[in-house]
Design a protein around this ligand. Structure first.
Ligand code: SAH
Ligand code: SF4
Ligand code: F3S
Length: 466
């Protein structure tokens, strides 16, 4: 996924009319893109139930925090925020505080005991209940709903979009995860994998196009195992991920299509052929490897070896010659030796990842690794290995950007650069951020940009063929 728990996402307020007497809700979001998209669903449920959204926490009648459990740090940060909300509540006792998302699911009613200021705890499959739970909390009745579902996909809910530029949107195509990687909490916090009806996905994307959106990112923990089954009379009809990708790509040839995350064990050639066939499907695959050592991969229950992973990389290079590849890496997993670590470094070098998210292993309670393996790599060794991995990736990312200098790419203008009012930012098909002078263009347009230079994080360019 594109960013992780350490950044918060705040909903911009809309309809902040002061004569408005609706209750105002402030939503803060941590974690992956799926959580961001869930907050959009939550905003939709609440606004259709008479609430207004605010980006000003001090103006809020209800403060919601949509949380992540993926690493301990993510949870520590959220606990800090809850304490801060407690301070606000001291000055304004009528404020309701709700904890949503993966921590709500993991900690359940323990959260109410641990943090007295919390009024409601709602898990990822129970957001439809949020208005009822909030009304009960107003009457002084604290509430918890953390039931996981085998069916809930929120298919009929049109998310209220967080992206105020109206250019790029997330579309969840499935929920949950069945993979049971030994280190991971997601199968416990998000429940079993279920796919969303392709008709509702296509409908949502068509609506987005009508509203002027130019890019969609199809989201799931493992999009390659998307599967929808429908019986028409005696005939069974299947839609797999490559079928879905094609259906979405065909909606509009100028709509950019991205997806995340792919699992190496499930990324099939038919998906790669579909990507190669449609110009509007971006040439970028996020393919988390986690480790370069087959022994560690086995302990992680990833179900592929180093060689299998490298074979998928070769297939990508062959079928889509110009495809960016990014990854996730966990360092310091249980029993990891220097040799295992060196294998991760050598795999990184061999693939030449364009980008990577890199993490120290963080033991999560009740996962298979926590129950059966010992978290035996000392903290300072984890830190040193992480530093080495980050350093190497820094070089690879720079190399990847340097290779773009002198080339021109089609870029979707997504917004005004944070550093300069006179510049826009956007991304290339490879998901690399480019900044360039505005010219006479507008947000939401596609332009050709020649890459002139780069910094460690961004490409720098100028618009060509005006
Ligand atoms: N479903 C996606 C990723 C979900 S979590 C996938 O399978 O690729 C995002 C990333 O967080 C993972 O890819 C992994 O690198 C990291 N991660 C997950 N659990 C972790 C843990 N216990 N400690 C450290 N990193 C972890
Ligand atoms: Fe976690 Fe593995 Fe599922 Fe990804 S595929 S969410 S890492 S269990
Ligand atoms: Fe975090 Fe839950 Fe996403 S644990 S990474 S918010 S699925």
């Amino acid at each position: 996924m594109d960013f992780y728990a350490e950044d918060a996402n705040i909903f911009e307020g809309f309809n902040s009319d002061t004569s408005d007497n609706r209750q105002k809700v402030y939503i803060e979001t941590y974690g992956c893109q799926m959580n961001v998209n869930d907050s959009e669903v939550i905003a939709s449920i609440l606004t259709t139930n008479g609430y207004a959204i605010t980006s000003n926490i001090h103006d809020a009648d209800v403060i919601l925090i949509n949380t992540c459990s993926i690493r301990e740090n993510a949870e520590v940060r959220v606990f800090g925020r809850i304490d801060l909300f407690g301070q606000i509540k001291k000055n304004k006792p009528s404020v309701l505080i709700g904890v949503l998302g993966c921590m709500a699911e993991r900690l359940k009613k323990q959260l109410l005991e641990q943090k007295k200021v919390v009024d409601v705890v709602v898990g990822p499959d129970a957001y439809r209940e949020l208005p009822i739970l909030l009304r009960a909390a107003e009457e002084g009745q604290k509430g918890v709903n953390v039931l996981l579902s085998r069916e809930e996909t929120y298919a009929d809910i049109s998310p209220v979009r967080l992206d105020k530029n109206g250019v790029s949107a997330f579309v969840s195509i499935m929920r949950g995860c069945n993979n049971m990687c030994s280190y991971c909490v997601v199968p416990y916090t998000r429940g079993a994998e279920r796919s969303r009806d392709p008709k509702s996905i296509v409908r949502e994307v068509e609506e987005l196009v009508k509203d002027g959106y130019r890019e969609v990112t199809l989201l799931g923990q493992n999009v390659n195992s998307y599967r929808w089954e429908e019986s028409k009379g005696m005939i069974k009809h299947f839609v797999n991920f490559s079928d879905l990708l094609e259906m979405v790509a065909l909606i509009n040839p100028s709509l950019r299509v991205r997806f995340s995350t792919s699992h190496p064990k499930d990324l099939t050639n038919d998906v790669l052929y579909t990507m190669a066939m449609y110009e509007n499907i971006c040439n970028h695959i996020h393919l988390p490897v986690q480790s370069g050592s087959s022994r560690i991969l086995k302990l992680m229950n990833r179900k592929y070896t180093r060689e299998d992973y490298l074979a998928r990389i070769s297939a990508i290079r062959e079928i889509i010659p110009d495809c960016a590849i990014s990854t996730d890496i966990i360092t310091g997993f249980c029993t990891e030796t220097e040799l295992d670590h060196d294998m991760t470094l050598s795999l990184m070098q061999e693939v030449g990842f364009d980008f990577a998210y890199m993490f120290k292993y963080s033991e999560r309670p009740n996962t298979k690794a926590a129950r059966l393996l010992s978290d035996d790599v000392p903290e300072e060794v984890k830190t040193r290995r992480l530093t080495e991995i980050i350093e190497l990736q820094g070089k690879l990312s720079e190399q990847s950007k340097r290779n773009d200098i002198g080339k021109s790419y089609e870029v979707l203008i997504e917004g005004v650069s944070k550093k300069s009012q006179d510049e826009f930012y956007g991304r290339t098909t490879h998901n690399k951020v480019v900044v360039f002078p505005k010219g006479n263009h507008k947000i939401g347009e596609f332009v050709f940009v020649e890459i002139l230079d780069c910094t460690p994080a961004t490409l720098i360019g100028k618009i060509v063929n005006e």
